[in-house]
Design a binder for this molecule. Sequence first.
Ligand code: ZN
Length: 134
Amino acid sequence: MNGKPLPPINPASQPFWDACAQGRLLLQRCGDCGHLQFYPRLLCAACGSRNLEWAQASGRGTVKTFTIIRRAVSAAFEPDAPYAVALVELEEGPTLMSNIIGCDPASVAIGLPVRVAFEGRGEGIAVPQFEPAA
Ligand SMILES: [Zn+2]
């Protein structure tokens, strides 16, 4: 436990967080229209269907845009500052907001290839973060 907040987990997102704890990143795929989505929810954002299944993402993506946080939002994040917060576009299409870790934040750039890395938050919870792809 590092004092960082834990994600709110509900029945719709429980499989996603269970997979993160195992080092796997999941997306939802609509069984009716094929739409892939993140974040987890009860309905397909494209067609409204409840026929959703889980699909494992490659974990690879690129930085779509980012900012550098120099003043942490709370004491738990102060040791990390400065740090990069980015919108990462997964190669499967969906975009998610995350931190870029494992590098100098000044080296983060739009288009940077990244891969998922999971940060343990305690209580069996791991949060997807991204690091530069080798
Ligand atoms: Zn759909």
